[in-house]
Design a protein around this ligand. Structure first.
Ligand code: ZN
Ligand code: ZN
Length: 109
């Protein structure tokens, strides 16, 4: 599997849009927000690929990740080892069948 370290992924600035696709501010939750506070927070914020879902947005077949479109805000508490871990190119689960087909028992109506 081809991998890339998070550090190299960070070389390209990772940052979600301040207003989500529905135009709601990710900082204050107000639609069409123009608050200087939110703009400032957003400009200073540092984002990394989500350490829970690797940026794929899902934790399992039924669990969505609560990150921001695959990114999470970095904090000083982030272990530097997290920045050097290899990133998968696709979800490992995609290699596995999502469901099993169980054949009907034969010979009974
Ligand atoms: Zn805002
Ligand atoms: Zn996530």
């Amino acid at each position: 599997m081809t991998t890339q370290t998070l550090a190299s992924a960070m070389a390209a600035t990772l940052r979600p849009l301040r207003l989500n696709f529905a135009q709601v501010c990710i900082w204050c939750g107000y639609r069409w927000c123009t608050s200087p506070r939110c703009v400032g927070l957003h400009e200073k914020s540092v984002w990394i690929v989500c350490i829970d879902c690797d940026g794929f947005g899902v934790l399992g077949p039924l669990d969505a990740c609560h990150c921001v479109h695959g990114l999470m805000e970095a904090t000083p508490a982030v272990d530097s080892a997290e920045l050097r871990r290899p990133l998968p190119v696709y979800r490992p689960e995609d290699d596995e069948p999502e469901f099993m087909v169980t054949p009907r028992s034969a010979g009974r109506p």
